[in-house]
Design a protein around this ligand. Structure first.
Ligand SMILES: *Cc1c(COP(=O)(O)O)cnc(C)c1O
Length: 361
């Protein structure tokens, strides 16, 4: 068996050293005589690990002390609903910037719990570009402004932090968290499902300014209330211990490899290589996204003739390149270039693309 180059959008590739270490530690974790999955989250060993994982994340992202770090469950999707439950009082409104599939879904899932104001949307442009910043209809009395920093399906990404004044900015970073340095203090709340750039699915990382935890939100059970999770160190109930552990291994891997600055440089190289191949293919491959807002993480592209799609997928897989099929909403192809995808994988992909276009052009 050998591992292939994996371009899956999610659950996505994990760093090989992370998987190898998990494999080594699987049967007997940390001298405990049992795997990390087989012991209490309230035991000394697990608590010490959990504290280390949070400390490593705080160091990597430079998270200020007035932010809590939560290890949640339910996927990012559950938090589309839970965020308005926590941050908005009955009757409040919140601003949503709709730039693709995920931010649109976030707005729809929030609608039962807050008055959703779509302050800007690029839907009329098929999400091929960002809504012009001066067209955003922001409400200074909104409970928060929600964005998705990277649209995993549509392949558009914010490359700066929008200025939304004093209203807390809430960001779904599921598919670009840890891909480069982030100015955490510009956000009120950051959240990310783990299965793109952190670890296995079933874990959601949340970084939230503590004053927002004091908001009363709506009437709800404790299990939905972020402040309760913060008070109980994300152990109000049994957490995803395996996901937490693997996230920790990923954070250590990031630290061993130069941190988020080094990741940003690698991710820039990888994306440039792929976009240059697409743009330089004389129209054989196409990515229609407005160039300044192209995603570094998810690159959707089409072939000039969709009749070649099946051959492209079959031949790429035979060449050891996995999961290039595009999302069904867009068709075509998509290559996801998360942190765990090495430069060599992208070099192999573009070599295949050159070869394929020569043979079929
Ligand atoms: C994958 C993804 C989600 C959904 O995550 P689930 O864990 O399936 O709920 C939400 N937002 C973005 C940006 C994503 O990439």
């Amino acid at each position: 068996m050998s591992r292939l180059w994996n371009f899956s959008a999610g659950p996505a590739a994990l760093p090989l050293p992370v998987l190898e270490r998990a494999q080594r530690e699987l049967l007997d974790w940390n001298g405990s005589g049992a795997s990390v999955m087989e012991q209490s989250h309230r035991g000394k060993r697990f608590i010490a690990m959990a504290e280390q994982v949070e400390a490593d994340l705080r160091e990597l992202m430079g998270i200020p002390a007035d932010y809590a770090v939560l290890f949640e469950q339910g996927g990012a999707t559950q938090h589309f609903a839970q965020i308005p439950m926590n941050l908005a009082a009955e009757g409040d409104s919140a601003d949503y910037i709709v730039t693709g599939h995920w931010s649109e879904k976030a707005a729809n899932e929030a609608a039962p719990y807050v008055r959703v104001n779509v302050a800007a949307s690029s839907k009329a442009y098929d999400y091929l570009r960002m809504p012009a910043r001066d067209s955003w209809q922001l409400d200074p009395t909104a409970a928060y402004v929600h964005i998705a920093t990277n649209e995993t399906i549509h392949g558009v990404e914010f490359h700066d932090v929008p200025d939304v004044g004093d209203v807390p900015l809430v960001a779904d970073m599921s598919s670009d968290i840890l891909s480069g340095p982030v100015e955490v203090s510009r956000y009120g709340l950051i959240y990310a499902g783990a299965q793109k750039n952190i670890g296995p699915s079933g874990l959601v990382l949340m970084i939230v300014r503590r004053d927002l935890l004091a908001r009363p939100g709506r009437k709800m059970a404790k299990i939905f209330r972020y402040a309760e999770h913060a008070t109980h160190d994300s152990m109000l109930n049994t957490p995803n211990t395996w996901g937490w552990y693997l996230a920790g291994l990923t954070f250590q891997w990031l630290k061993d490899n130069g941190g988020l600055g080094a990741m940003a440089e690698r991710n820039r190289q990888k994306a440039e290589l792929l976009y240059a191949t697409i743009d330089g293919s004389g129209g054989f491959y196409r990515n229609p996204i407005d160039v300044p807002v192209r995603s570094r993480m998810n690159v959707p592209f089409t072939l000039h003739d969709s009749a070649l799609d099946a051959a492209f997928l079959q031949e790429s897989e035979a060449a050891g390149l996995l999961a290039l099929k595009g999302h069904k909403a867009l068709g075509g192809m998509r290559a996801s270039l998360y942190n765990a995808v090495p430069v060599e994988a992208v070099q192999a992909l573009v070599a295949f693309m050159h070869d394929f276009s020569r043979r079929h052009g």
